[in-house]
Design a protein around this ligand. Structure first.
Ligand code: CTP
Ligand code: MN
Ligand code: MN
Length: 490
């Protein structure tokens, strides 16, 4: 019996390489070709064997994937999977323009004793489509992207929106914005995400968001999202803040006092302010989404009011409906008059007309206090705008569908009046989405040294206001491509 240590070691299946003697390997015979053999699906031992074989033929075979690699050799694996693996950065950073090849290219090359020409039949099937399938990219500000209502990743964005909502309900606004930004990036993708590796390199997707996405992709749901939905605290905060006039602070105070739902609130005898009383009274109506036909019906009433109190004044649908949404939590209108100054006092007149006609269940009007000279956008402290503004609840006549039903329903309506000189800024500022607006202001401040509000655009470098009579002009000042309302659904 031959002692173990003297036994000749022959690589399994390597009996016919024909290599003998001194020539262990001949490196760099083909300097144009740098191979990498993907271990995934191929297996470690087969990979080691093939690598050794390749080196013996004078090919350079790398242990690690890198930008230098020109040919990636794969076995039993789809092109998509390979691309995803490469994108993930595992085993080396970044994508090269390497050929993604089936092992058949390698075996043919071994037979030929040289790297053979890459033919289509060698390429992994998905490689032709890889640009569409993977490698999503997007600029980092939402106002640089076109986000339609056509969301291909609703399962993912629903999950992240819920986490955003939970953060906002917990007073963690920073986290809320981070989740909103992540949500917006996914909303803008042209296709459904199939693997988290496709998202490598996208902006605004932090570790937390990526973990949630991965879990949803792999198991259909996120444990954190499910736990949040079930949490008593989240449920109570949602129910209470869904009352018009109730914010997070009030809801939290009530919860500390043992109030977690509407019945407990009613039973508590808690003193409610005027808005909260209206909110509680019309709770169900106000939490039923407003439809587009209902929005149009409100618009007709507002137009009637304008015709009665100030002929020539105009109303423009703003907010979500201007972006093309089919439903909304309210209806928003921007009122103005083509002659500067004629809009002064308009809100009071409109509101009293609506009141007289019995269209208002509730209204709270706030007066304009915006004065450009002393109070202008050079002071970016507040992004609340200060037009005449009316938060209201309309008593909207509806078709009676049966006996005993109310012939009307309560609908939240926001009215804003702007002078014509600020109309473009008001239009841009009130069309939303909220994240799109936030991103516009962030872009203006951080990238352009400008300050944008719903009143004006101030150029800090030139120390002057920039006039505009259209949204297009404002985008142009900001150095942004014009994004129409239907593509501001970030
Ligand atoms: N807005 C504002 N200041 C507020 C409230 C709202 O400038 N205090 C702006 C928002 O930035 C948004 C627009 O008004 O651009 C509409 O807000 P809102 O009605 O809350 O949202 P929508 O996008 O219309 O969504 P929904 O359909 O749910 O009403
Ligand atoms: Mn709205
Ligand atoms: Mn609104």
């Amino acid at each position: 019996m031959i002692p173990l240590k003297r036994r000749k070691v022959v690589p399994s299946g390597a009996g016919n390489t024909g290599n003998t003697g001194s020539e262990e390997s001949s490196p760099n015979k083909f300097p144009q070709v740098i191979l990498f053999l993907l271990e995934r699906k191929m297996g470690a031992s087969r990979r080691a064997f093939l690598s050794q074989l390749g080196r013996k033929k004078g090919l350079q075979v790398e242990e690690m994937f890198s930008e230098r690699v020109t040919h990636v050799i794969c076995e039993n694996i789809s092109g998509d999977e390979v691309v995803a693996w490469l994108e993930s950065g595992v085993g080396g950073r970044g994508r090269s323009s390497a050929h993604l090849l089936d092992v058949s290219w390698f075996t043919e090359s071994m037979r030929a004793g040289r790297p053979v020409e890459v033919l289509d039949r060698h390429r992994l099937q998905q490689q032709m489509r890889e640009a569409e399938v993977v490698g999503f990219s997007a600029p980092s500000y939402a106002c640089q992207r076109r986000t339609t209502l056509d969301n291909h990743n609703a399962i993912l964005t629903d999950a992240l929106s819920l986490l955003a909502e939970n953060a906002e309900l917990s007073g963690e606004d920073g986290r809320g914005v981070a989740f909103r930004r992540a949500t917006a990036v996914l909303k803008g993708l042209p296709e459904p995400v199939t693997a988290v590796t496709q998202l490598v390199g996208l902006p605004c997707l932090g570790g937390h968001s990526l973990r949630v996405v991965k879990e949803v992709l792999e198991s259909g749901a996120s444990s954190e999202v499910e736990a949040t939905k079930q949490s008593e605290r989240f449920k109570a905060l949602k129910v209470l803040t869904a009352i018009f006039g109730v914010g997070v602070k009030t809801a939290e105070r009530w919860m500390r006092e043992g109030i977690h739902d509407l019945q407990q609130l009613r039973d508590s005898g808690r003193t409610l302010d005027r808005s909260q009383r209206a909110g509680l009274q019309h709770y169900d109506d106000l939490n039923q989404p407003v439809t587009r036909p209902e929005a149009d019906a409100v618009a007709a009433i507002v137009e009637e009011a304008l015709a009665a109190v100030l002929p020539g004044a105009t109303t423009t649908l703003i907010g979500g409906f201007r972006r093309g949404k089919l439903t909304g939590h309210d209806v928003d209108f921007l009122l103005t008059h083509p002659e500067e100054g004629r809009e002064v006092g308009l809100m009071t007149k409109v509101v009293s007309w609506l009141e007289t006609q019995g269209f208002l269940l509730y209204q709270k009007t706030t007066r304009n206090s915006y004065l450009e000279a002393e109070d202008g956008p050079a002071r970016p402290s507040s992004n609340m705008d200060r037009f005449d503004r009316c938060l209201s609840i309309f008593k909207l006549p509806v078709e009676v569908k049966g006996e005993g039903l109310n012939p009307w329903r309560a609908v939240r309506v926001d009215l804003v009046v702007s002078p014509i000189s600020q109309f473009a800024f008001a239009l841009l500022g009130w069309t939303g989405s909220k994240l799109f607006e936030r991103e516009l202001r962030r872009w203006a401040g951080h990238e352009k040294a400008m300050s944008l509000s719903s009143h004006a655009l101030y150029d800090k470098t030139q120390s002057r206001y920039l006039r505009a009579s259209s949204e297009e002009e404002i985008f142009a000042y900001l150095g942004l491509e014009y994004i129409p309302p239907s593509e501001r659904n970030a």
